[in-house]
Design a protein around this ligand. Structure first.
Ligand code: COA
Length: 352
C-alpha cells in the first residue's frame, strides 16, 4: 500500500536579528533611526505574545520569498539525500508571494534549476498560517493516489517588506518575521498505519475572512489600485489588518478541537506522540491550547520567542530548529495543529 513519508526537512532564517527594543526605532525601510518610530516596547510584546526577537531579510530590494524558500528547499533536499531533479511536484505555501502572479513555486523551480520542458508540476497554495498542513494533506493525497512520488513542500514568508512600521500598525507589525521551512515527502510501500504521514485534517470558516487580511488591491474596484501608496492617510490598504481578539479566540477554540479530533480519529494518546508542534502565532494562544486540550507541557515545542510568526513556515521551522538542537529525533511522532487567516486550520500527525 502506498503511503507518504517525510524523507527530509530543512529551514532557513535570514541573519539579521531584530529585537523588540530595536523594532520601535525602525522606519518604513526597516532602517534604524535615532528617534522612536513606533510606540511599543519589549515588555508589552513579551507579555502579550511571548516574542523576544524576529529575523528580517536585508533590505537590498532584491530578496524575495522564493529566495527564502530556495534555501529551505536545498536544506531539505540535502537532508533527504536527493537533488531537485528527483522532485516531481513542488507545493509552495505563502501569503507573501514574489509577485501577484505567477505563484512562487515556478520561481523556486527555476532557482532550483529544474525548469524547462521537462519541468515538474508547481502549485502555489494560499492558506496563510495553515499553509504547511494544508500542503501536507495535498502531498499525502497525491502520493497515496500514485500521482507524484517525491514532493517538495515549502512554507516561506517575507513579511518585513509589507509591515506598517508605525504606531498605527503596531498590533500586527510586532508579530511577524521572515523565514522558511521545507519538507521532502515521498512514497513508500508499507502496511504499517503508524508510519509516515498518519493523519491530516483541514477546515476553514470563511466568515472570518475579513478578520485578518491584506488587500493591497481590490480586483472589483476600477481602477483596481486607486490609492497613493506613499500617502499615509490612504495607504493603510497595503498593510495587513487584524481583529486581534477575534483571531485569538478562534485560534484557541479551533486548535483545541482540531487537536482533540486528531487523537480521537487515530486512536492515539499523548503516550504515543513525542511532540506537539502548534503554529507559532502567539505564545499565549499556544499556552491556552495546551491547557484546554490537556497536552503534556513537556511535549510542546515552540520557537516564536526567536522567530515571531513566520506564517506558513512556522511548523517546519520549529521542527527543524528542535531537530538541530537535538530535541527531535529521527522517527519521532509529531502532532501539529495550525490556525490562520481565512479562517483556516487543521492538524496532522506524522513521523519525521
Ligand atoms: N505595543 C504596545 N501597545 C500595543 C501594541 C503594541 N505592539 N499593540 C496594541 N497595543 C495597545 C492597543 O492600542 C491597546 O491600547 P488601549 O488600551 O490604549 O486602546 C492595548 O495595547 C490593548 O490592545 P489589544 O488589542 O486589546 O491587546 P490584546 O491583548 O488583544 O493583544 C494581540 C493584541 C495582537 C497580541 C492579540 O490580540 C493577539 O495575539 N491576537 C491574535 C493575533 C494572531 O495570532 N495573529 C495571527 C494569527 S495566525
Amino acid at each position: 500500500m502506498l503511503r507518504a513519508q517525510i524523507l527530509g526537512l530543512g529551514s532557513y532564517v535570514p541573519e539579521r536579528i531584530v529585537t523588540n527594543d530595536e523594532l520601535r526605532f525602525l522606519d518604513d525601510k526597516h532602517e534604524r533611526r535615532d528617534t522612536i518610530q513606533t510606540e511599543t516596547n519589549d515588555e508589552w510584546i513579551r507579555a502579550r505574545t511571548g516574542i523576544e526577537q524576529r529575523r528580517y531579510v536585508d533590505n537590498d530590494g532584491k530578496t524575495t520569498c522564493s529566495d527564502l524558500g530556495l534555501r529551505a528547499a536545498q536544506a531539505a533536499l540535502a537532508d533527504a539525500n536527493l537533488t531537485a531533479k528527483d522532485i516531481d511536484c513542488i507545493i509552495f505555501a505563502t501569503l507573501s508571494p514574489d509577485i501577484h502572479f505567477p505563484g512562487s513555486a515556478v520561481f523556486l523551480q527555476s532557482k532550483l534549476k529544474v525548469d524547462g520542458e521537462e519541468g515538474c508540476a508547481a502549485y502555489d497554495i494560499r492558506q496563510q498560517c495553515s499553509g504547511f498542513i494544508y500542503g501536507m494533506q495535498m502531498a499525502d493525497a497525491f502520493v497515496r493516489a500514485g500521482i507524484y512520488k517525491k514532493i517538495l513542500l515549502v512554507g516561506a514568508e517575507l513579511h518585513s517588506h509589507s509591515l506598517d512600521f508605525s504606531t498605527r500598525g503596531r498590533d500586527v507589525m510586532v508579530l511577524f518575521g521572515d523565514g522558511a521551512g521545507a519538507a521532502v515527502i515521498g512514497a513508500t510501500d508499507s502496511e504499517d498505519p503508524r508510519s509516515g504521514i498518519l493523519y491530516t485534517h483541514c477546515q476553514a470558516d470563511g466568515s472570518g475572512a475579513m478578520d485578518l487580511y491584506l488587500k493591497v488591491f481590490e480586483i472589483g474596484h476600477v481602477p483596481y489600485v486607486w490609492y497613493d501608496a506613499n500617502n499615509r492617510d490612504e495607504n493603510q490598504i497595503k498593510y495587513p489588518q487584524m481583529n486581534g481578539k477575534k483571531v485569538f479566540l478562534n485560534a484557541v477554540r479551533n486548535m483545541v478541537v482540531s487537536t482533540q479530533r486528531a487523537l480521537k480519529e487515530t486512536g492515539l494518546t499523548w503516550d504515543d506522540i513525542n511532540w506537539f508542534v502548534p503554529h507559532q502565532a502567539n505564545l499565549r494562544i499556544n499556552e491556552a491550547v495546551v491547557q484546554y486540550a490537556e497536552i503534556p507541557a513537556s511535549k510542546v515545542l515552540n520557537t516564536i520567542q526567536l522567530y515571531g510568526n513566520t506564517t506558513a513556515a512556522t511548523v517546519p521551522l520549529t521542527i527543524d530548529h528542535h531537530r538541530k538542537a537535538g530535541t527531535v529525533k529521527k522517527g519521532d511522532l509529531i502532532l501539529s495543529t495550525v490556525f490562520g487567516a481565512g479562517f483556516t486550520w487543521g492538524s496532522a500527525i506524522f513521523r519525521v
